[in-house]
Design a binder for this molecule. Structure first.
Ligand SMILES: [Zn+2]
Ligand SMILES: [Zn+2]
Length: 290
């Protein structure tokens, strides 16, 4: 079986949160690396992608690099690290950047604009690697032996969740910037159907990386902001019978102590509900072999 591993390079939502109280779970914004044999798949290019880029260069040891970057949407915490992704500046490298058409403008235009002269000294065009922008919708597609499925999430603007299925035997879901439908709009037939669709999207996955930004109290003030209460995300993982559930997109105010407490409470809730899933808060630099 081809080796498959997942490493978190940025677990934070909204804005980087460096400092002494976030050393364990990390302060970088969203970036996750999935390694399948020699292939590299990257979810989002928040500030965590800077260190991933340096590590990729070290690992390549002078060889050309290929990779796929899946961007959920273009909110800052998901794209702001890309200008610092050094492999994109090396001519022999090639990256395909996948995302959905955004509202009004193309994903590529928005992505390029963050490197406009008023924001950054170097333009995307000055990155001398080959960068291919692939505008996708919810039609499944394949990259070699990997099947890619997408789903829209409940988030202001347009956002995609991704599911990668490897050789038909293992699967990873990246579902961040998503708000539970029933929590947002109240219990209704429609909300239940929408939540069931997300549940089916996650069904049986080996690892689901899921938006868990808010506590109950915070959610009352931030309903409609496009993020979930972590307890809703645990319930989703249990219902979808996932094997590993990584709570992700941590609120910038969430300290290591708070995340330790959420990890253990979340695991207890899942176990008490009859799930055998391993539930934990995603930790920067940590690698998970699947
Ligand atoms: Zn976000
Ligand atoms: Zn967002």
């Amino acid at each position: 079986m081809t080796p498959l591993s997942v490493r978190f390079w940025g677990t934070r939502g909204s804005i980087p949160a460096p400092g002494r109280s976030t050393l364990k779970y990390g302060g970088n914004t969203s970036c996750v690396e999935v390694r399948f044999g020699d292939e590299v798949f990257i979810f989002d290019s928040g500030t965590g992608i800077r260190e991933l880029g340096l590590d990729l260069i070290k690992r390549a040891d002078g060889a050309a690099q290929r990779g796929h970057v899946f961007i959920g949407h273009t909110h800052w915490d998901h794209i702001q690290g890309f200008p610092f992704f050094v492999p994109a500046y090396l001519p022999k490298n090639k990256y395909t950047i996948h995302s959905v058409k955004s509202i009004g403008e193309s994903f590529e235009t928005i992505f390029r604009r963050q490197m406009g002269i008023n924001y950054f000294p170097v333009e995307v065009g000055d990155m001398s690697s080959q960068l291919d922008f692939n505008h996708i919708d919810t039609s499944p597609f394949e990259i070699g032996d990997v099947k890619v499925k997408t789903s829209f999430t409940n988030h202001p603007g347009v956002n995609l969740a991704y599911r990668l299925d490897f050789e038909g035997s293992r699967s990873v879901v990246y579902l961040t910037d998503h708000e539970n439908h029933a929590s947002f709009s109240g219990d209704s037939e429609l909300a239940r159907r929408q939540d069931r669709a997300i549940e089916d999207f996650c069904r049986g996955a080996d690892l689901v990386i899921v938006d868990s930004q808010y506590t109950e109290e915070e959610y009352e003030l931030k309903k409609g902001w496009g993020h979930s209460r972590w307890k809703d995300s645990v319930a989703l993982g249990v219902a979808a019978e996932v094997k590993n559930l990584a709570l992700f997109h941590h609120d910038p105010t969430r300290t290591d102590d708070a995340l330790d407490a959420i990890s253990s409470e979340a695991q207890k809730i899942a176990t008490a509900a009859g799930s055998s899933a391993k539930v934990f808060c995603a930790q920067e630099s940590k690698e998970h072999v699947l």
